[in-house]
Design a protein around this ligand. Structure first.
Ligand SMILES: NC(=O)c1ccc[n+]([C@@H]2O[C@H](COP(=O)([O-])OP(=O)(O)OC[C@H]3O[C@@H](n4cnc5c(N)ncnc54)[C@H](OP(=O)(O)O)[C@@H]3O)[C@@H](O)[C@H]2O)c1
Length: 361
């Protein structure tokens, strides 16, 4: 009697196991399909951009003598953005984690553009205290900020769930929470300037995100195919944060995806992802082109003056991301992020009357 039951039981278990394996396989297949569809969409929009490129026109706001703050300006797209701003006569403050690399970049840009008003300040985006300190210095030294470019970021990595000293997932901290905090801490300075803008770098990978706002730090969430979910989630968070700011404030906000750009950001990805990136080189842009044609459009173009809170890919609206964002609550994201980074306490510290008194003495 007993052995009959266990035989029947083991057949049932075997069937269940087979069924689960089949489901897992189907899920993976769906992900591959979703990924292929995402790449195809990117490719189509890349071709559309290339075809329209010769007719591209510029009508930009004048930023000479204005203050621009850039995170991650020591390499890749950020460095080229700093060059673009410097060429237009802006005072550029770059947040860098490696001061030596930063100093070399400043020397290079000063020599190339003749603009000596390019400076660096220490900023480690994986550490919220460093973000607060950076914001304190910037907000004291530059009462009016014309543009904040939330550019710095890290791509997917081979190692899963690296935590920062604050206990955040490294991707969530560097790509999103630090920029959420910085933007809020510099908000008064941005509002003090006329027609100021905030630009955040998002990605087509936002479409692959599996964001759960109640598990923003990804303590319970899975990291997905080739560990790309944390990166994808943070890029979705930046677009959603942009949407929320678009409703809330008197500063224009934009999120922009530059397509696939030839930089070092995905150098540390697992092997299979590396192969896919190598293959997609056919439709990559250079960091110079990404900075000049996509980021500068959101940062400077007059025709975007009446738009705020939107996400763009190349030079057009990114409709697929807009649709994806509709499934989330942007105010829920804002409140959760504010709680995680202790926004209220940090704001009070930066704007405390005691500190203001000390500074004016
Ligand atoms: N490249 C693409 O295909 C692509 C596509 C879509 C979106 N994007 C987005 O564009 C932005 C720029 O990427 P990129 O391609 O130019 O990458 P990149 O060449 O790797 O540059 C990233 C920058 O971020 C800085 N950074 C990284 N971690 C930091 C930290 N903890 N604190 C301060 N700075 C830190 C880096 O500084 P160090 O020099 O010290 O490392 C570097 O300056 C990212 O937000 C990325 O997600 C890129």
């Amino acid at each position: 009697m007993h052995s009959g039951f266990s035989y029947h039981n083991s057949i049932e278990l075997f069937k269940l196991h087979k069924f689960l394996r089949r489901m897992e396989f189907m899920q993976k297949l769906c992900k591959v399909f979703e990924f292929t569809r995402m790449l195809l969409g990117l490719f189509v929009h890349f071709v559309i951009y290339k075809l329209g490129k010769s007719k591209m026109q510029r009508n930009e706001n004048d930023i000479s003598g204005k203050c621009v703050v850039v995170t991650g300006g020591s390499g890749g797209i950020g460095k080229w953005c700093v060059k673009e701003f410097a060429q237009r006569g802006a005072t550029v403050v770059i947040g860098v984690r490696n001061m030596e690399t930063g100093r070399n970049v400043v020397d290079e840009i000063q020599k190339e553009t003749g603009n000596m008003n390019v400076t660096i300040l220490n900023l480690d985006l994986s550490d919220m205290d460093s973000v607060e300190e950076f914001a304190r210095k910037v907000s004291t030294d530059y009462p009016k900020i014309k543009i904040l470019l939330n550019n710095a970021g890290i791509g997917a990595s081979k190692s899963e769930n690296v935590k920062t000293k604050d206990g955040f997932n490294i991707h969530v901290a560097v790509n999103y929470l630090s920029h959420f905090l910085l933007t809020n801490l510099l908000m008064d300075n941005l509002k003090a300037e006329t027609n100021s803008r905030i630009v955040s770098m998002t990605s087509t990978f936002a479409l692959m995100s599996q964001l759960q706002i109640d598990d923003l730090n990804m303590d319970k969430s899975r990291f997905g195919l080739q560990n790309f979910i944390p990166y994808s989630n943070t890029k979705c968070m930046l677009a959603l944060f942009t949407k929320e700011l678009g409703k809330r404030i008197g500063v224009n906000v934009y999120a922009v995806c530059p397509g696939i750009v030839d930089t070092a950001i995905f150098d540390d990805v697992p092997l299979l992802a590396k192969l896919v990136f190598r293959m997609s080189r056919l439709f990559t842009t250079s960091p110079k082109e990404a900075a000049s044609n996509f980021v500068m459009r959101c940062a400077l173009e007059k025709s975007l003056e009446n738009e705020s809170g939107e996400t763009y890919r190349f030079r057009g609206h990114f409709h697929a991301v807009k649709k994806k964002l509709e499934t989330y609550s942007e105010s829920h994201l804002y409140e959760t992020s504010a709680r995680l980074v202790n926004l209220k306490e940090r704001m009070e510290r930066i704007h405390s009357p005691l500190e203001t008194q000390t500074l004016t003495l």
